[in-house]
Design a protein around this ligand. Structure first.
Ligand code: 5GP
Ligand code: ZN
Length: 116
């Protein structure tokens, strides 16, 4: 646990979040500043700085994050119309919180994949 990490603190229950799904190793909660009608973050409870580090160091846990994201997409009703799964990574990727997380976005057409 990295005590100064926001998402570690959410995983530890020290900072409140609207949790939509929890497994032994992952947590899914609503983004505080939603960019779409459905905007949920899925994190590994263990601290990894970004998805590349997570996938390299613990591919099984990376798969668990994907599996939780898929269940959340289903329970939020996103499977029929589709959704977007984003892992912002590093400076160019626009990552702001350096604890690996997937954004599950949906509920409306999401527009172009990247800003023009
Ligand atoms: P990033 O830019 O790192 O990919 O995404 C970080 C996300 O975390 C942003 O979408 C932001 O709205 C969200 N966020 C930042 N602080 C909090 C918080 O305290 N609670 C929740 N639920 N989301 C947060
Ligand atoms: Zn962390």
């Amino acid at each position: 646990m990295t005590t100064d990490c926001l998402f570690c603190r959410i995983a530890a229950g020290e900072i409140p979040a609207t949790v939509v799904r929890e497994t032994d190793t992952t947590l899914a909660f609503r983004d505080i500043g939603p960019k779409a009608p459905v905007h949920i973050l899925v994190i590994p409870k263990a601290h990894y700085a970004d998805v590349a580090t997570l996938a390299q160091d613990d591919p099984g846990l990376a798969g668990a994050v994907l599996a939780t994201a898929a269940v959340v997409a289903e329970t939020e009703g996103l499977l029929v119309d589709g959704f977007r799964l984003i892992f912002n990574t590093g400076e160019y990727g626009g990552q702001e919180v350096f604890h690996a997380h997937a954004h599950v976005l949906g509920g409306a057409p999401l527009g172009p994949m990247v800003a023009g």
